[in-house]
Design a binder for this molecule. Structure first.
Ligand SMILES: [Zn+2]
Ligand SMILES: [Zn+2]
Length: 384
C-alpha cells in the first residue's frame, strides 16, 4: 500500500485523497472546521486542514484522547438486542465523560504553563464533547467556556474571550441553582477581561462579585477568595493606588500563610500517625481503626492550583521588594509564604533557600529569640 503521508513532529499523518472522498462524508479540521486534508494515522477519525493544526491539537489534547475518540467516532457494526444497544450507548457516554474531564484537566495544565494555543485545543474538545453529552444551553458547559475564554485572553483575542464569557453568563442565568464556585469563577474571568481591556470600574465590580460568591461557601478568609482579592489589588495598581493594593495583597498573604502552616502541620501529623500504625500492626496483626476528621486543610490542592498560587505569591513578593525593600517585614512575610508553598509543592531546594533568607531577615528585624524566628526554625527542622 502506498499511503501518502506527511510527517509532523514525528507523526506520519495520512494525506487524504480529496478527489476519492465521497461528497457526503465531510471530514472537518478538528481545530477550525475547514476541510480536513490530513488524517490521524492511529484513530483514523480525526482530520486537520494543515500541519500546524495537527501539531497544536496533538500536543494540546489529541495524544491523550486519540483512542477514546476512535471508540466513540467509529460507527458500530455490532448487531444485537435493544438492551445491547442501550448498553453500548451507556458505555459511549462514559467515554465522552472521560474525554471531557481529560480535556478540562489538560487545558488547565496548558493555561498555567502559558501554552495558550494548546489550551485552546483542549478547551475546544471539552466544549464539543460537553455539548454532545449535555446539550448546548446547560450549566455543565460553563467550565469549558471559561477555559476557552482564558485561552483566548492568553492569545489576546479579547473579542473572542468576551463572546465565550457571554455564552457562559447566559447559561448561568438560565440555571439559578448554579454552584457559587462556578459563579465566582465566571465573575473572575469577566473581571480579568475588563482589566486587560482597560474597563477598570467594571473589572472591580466583577471581582467584588467573585469574592462575594466564593465567600458564600467558606467565608471571606478562605483560600478560594484569594484569586479575586489578588486581581482586585492589581486593579488598584493600574490606577496608581498602591496603598490600597498593598492592603489587599497582605490579605492574600495572610490567608495563604494560615492555610499552608495548618495544612503542612496536618500532613506531617498524618504521616507520623501512619508510621505509628504500621508499628502497631506488626505487633498484634490488626489494623486499629482511626476515625479521621477531614476538612479544607486535608484536601490536597491540584498541581495546577499550586503553580498558579506560586505565580500569585511571587508577584506579591516582587511588589513588596519594589515598594518596601528586600528586607522589610512585608517582603519577608511574602517570602515566608513562598517558602511554605514550595515545601507543599515538593520543591525542597527553593523552599530551603527562601526559608533561610526569611530566618536571616527575621533575626535582623525581630531578634534571635523572636516568635517568628522560632517558628521558621521549627518549620525548617520539620519539613526540610
Ligand atoms: Zn484547521
Ligand atoms: Zn488520533
Amino acid at each position: 500500500m502506498h499511503n501518502h503521508t506527511k510527517r509532523v513532529n514525528g507523526v506520519d499523518y495520512i494525506i487524504v485523497n480529496t478527489l476519492a472522498n465521497p461528497r457526503k462524508q465531510k471530514n472537518e479540521c478538528e481545530m477550525c472546521g475547514k476541510i480536513g486534508l490530513l488524517q490521524c494515522p492511529t484513530c483514523r477519525v480525526t482530520y486537520y486542514c494543515c500541519p500546524d493544526h495537527a501539531l497544536i491539537d496533538h500536543l494540546g489534547i489529541h495524544q491523550n484522547i486519540c483512542l477514546l475518540l476512535k471508540e466513540i467516532r467509529t460507527p458500530s457494526t455490532a448487531m444485537g438486542s435493544e438492551r445491547d444497544r442501550l448498553k453500548r450507548e451507556h458505555q459511549k457516554e462514559k467515554i465522552v465523560l472521560t474525554i471531557i474531564e481529560t480535556s478540562k484537566r489538560e487545558a488547565m495544565i496548558h493555561l498555567v504553563s502559558n501554552q495558550f494555543e494548546q489550551a485552546m485545543a483542549a478547551a475546544l474538545q471539552a466544549q464539543r464533547n460537553s455539548i454532545q453529552l449535555f446539550g448546548s444551553d446547560r450549566v455543565e458547559l460553563v467550565p469549558a467556556y471559561l477555559l476557552l475564554a482564558e485561552a483566548s485572553m492568553g492569545l489576546e483575542s479579547y473579542e473572542q474571550a468576551e463572546s465565550y464569557l457571554a455564552k457562559a453568563r447566559y447559561n448561568v442565568l438560565e440555571h439559578p441553582d448554579c454552584q457559587n464556585s462556578l459563579r465566582s469563577r465566571l465573575h473572575r474571568a469577566w473581571g480579568r477581561l475588563m482589566l486587560v481591556t482597560g474597563r477598570i470600574d467594571e473589572a472591580r465590580e466583577e471581582l467584588a462579585e467573585d469574592v462575594y460568591y466564593s465567600s458564600l461557601d467558606h467565608g471571606p478568609e478562605h483560600i478560594d477568595t484569594t484569586a479575586g482579592y489578588f486581581h482586585l489589588a492589581n486593579s488598584f495598581r493600574l490606577t496608581n493606588q498602591d496603598i490600597i493594593a498593598a492592603t489587599i495583597y497582605d490579605k492574600v498573604i495572610n490567608i495563604w500563610h494560615a492555610f499552608l502552616a495548618e495544612s503542612l502541620r496536618r500532613i506531617l501529623e498524618k504521616s507520623q500517625q501512619r508510621a505509628m500504625r504500621k508499628g502497631e500492626k506488626t505487633k498484634d496483626g490488626n489494623h486499629p481503626e482511626h476515625k479521621e476528621e477531614s476538612d479544607e486543610f486535608d484536601e490536597l490542592l491540584e498541581d495546577t492550583q499550586v503553580t498558579e498560587v506560586i505565580g500569585t505569591i511571587t508577584r506579591i513578593y516582587q511588589f513588596r521588594q519594589a515598594t518596601t525593600g528586600d528586607n522589610s517585614v512585608e517582603t519577608t512575610r511574602a517570602l515566608h509564604c513562598l517558602g511554605l508553598l514550595n515545601i507543599y509543592a515538593g520543591n525542597g531546594e527553593d523552599a530551603a533557600t527562601q526559608l533561610s533568607v526569611t530566618m536571616e531577615n527575621y533575626i535582623q528585624l525581630k531578634g534571635e529569640d523572636s516568635e517568628e524566628v522560632n517558628r521558621v526554625r521549627k518549620e525548617m527542622e520539620s519539613y526540610l
